[in-house]
Design a protein around this ligand. Sequence first.
Ligand code: HEM
Length: 495
Amino acid sequence: MAETTTGTELPKGFRSAELGWPELHRIPHPPYRLPLLGDVIGASRRTPLQDSLKYASLGPVFRRNAFGKEFVFVWGARLVADLADESRFAKHVGLGVANLRPVAGDGLFTAYNHEPNWQLAHDVLAPGFSREAMAGYHTMMLSVAERLTDHWDRAAAAGRTVDVPGDMTKLTLETIARTGFGYDFGSFERSRPHPFVTAMVGTLTYAQRLNTVPGPLVPLLLRRAGRRNAADIERLNHIVDEVVRARRADGGGSGDLLDRMLDTAHPETGERLSAENVRRQVITFLVAGHETTSGALSFALHHLARHPRVAARARAEVERVWGDTAAPGYEQVAKLRYVRRVLDETLRLWPTAPAFAREAREDTVLAGEHPMLRGAWALVLTPLLHRDPEVWGPDTERFDPDRFEARAVRSRPPHVFKPFGTGARACIGRQFALHEATLVLGLLLRRYEFHADPAYRLKVTERLTLMPEGLRLRVERRPVRGRAVSDAPVGRAPQ
Ligand code: HEM
């Protein structure tokens, strides 16, 4: 068995940009830098990502200093394309991702590139995301979506608004838990979020807060938060141990992700994941597998409610492609090209995992301009990359799914749209997320009209991921062609 790194290990030392960027002085920083404190004037601790977006006017690469730590941020398309060169750059486990090490250890998302468990887990788990595996999850995704529509039908009948992010979180948590782990969290039967979700939100928020407090002051300023975080981690461990115990008790599932984690040996080396590493992977997949998809669906519904013409066009496509089929088949989801463009445009404006870090594998020069020593790193700000006017034109705030029409996509250079990261460490769950989100949007568009509250102004909460805060919609049942989806016998979707 491959050795595992314990989950309680603290992140490795922070590498300040002065150590890796010999010509750092050429990279602009905000005015009014304060001695010792750095660029803290006007900085918000709750929304550090949206804060950084304010500095786009400094140029496609800029730096900020917080309490003596210097960070380089990159968003210009040409520079990001260079950082995507896998022969010279790799994922950097730093900032927020490194702060999750005590929770997720050397699980797939938080593993350092050199840790043997990354390759082992990647090779063992990748077949769980093959086309064939995805087709296998489809029926279960449909049946979870039906729980959501039952819930929304009741709200529509009673004239109540729906809590979009809350309900999308229930949906996506149930979907990954059931498809990947054969486990039912009973989210739709609860009036409050499942304790897994509360503990997850706690640990993500804490990991983000760690970035905004100087290291030596953490024990002082975050003492209570630290204790709460330890309790949250314990709760997460307890829940995943129960998921694993339940599987062991019923003697194996249907070849899902958990079966792969527990029983599958590496095809070449014969190695298996250790028990501790399985724990890390279960947490990783339960968290990474639902939080960002939930945000993507929530933002998409916000845009659809605000753009009735886009919604009407998407709805017309669903009716044309799905016809009277009560339970659309796997193949019928990929055919919803316009719905998929709605999702892409949503992830352009609000990529729900809004940054990823890259480090130099060797001494190199970024885009022929900025020397970097081996190990130097930069944070790519995806929401700004997705608004680079040189690529996306002057009106980048406008929501326009036609930006993802095939010809428009071909006319843009590569590496300008990166909601799922890049290279070997890009998102393993991309197809899973896109299939689930397209299916669910298709079902909701067909079944409901969405009515926005005209007084609502989009407010984005940050906990490493992004989520629209306080988004509620009024949903109105539409006459559904053929049988209602909820009348369909689940489990017999045509493949
Ligand atoms: C809209 C939904 C999603 C978005 C926007 C998203 C985004 C991302 C991004 C940006 C990364 C790279 C992070 C980095 O470079 O540090 C990543 C990695 C990852 N994602 Fe996702 N993700 C989504 C859904 C999912 C789902 C559904 C799963 C699992 C079922 C998943 C599992 C993972 C894992 C395990 C990694 C680490 C991969 C590795 O390093 O080998 N994600 N994701």
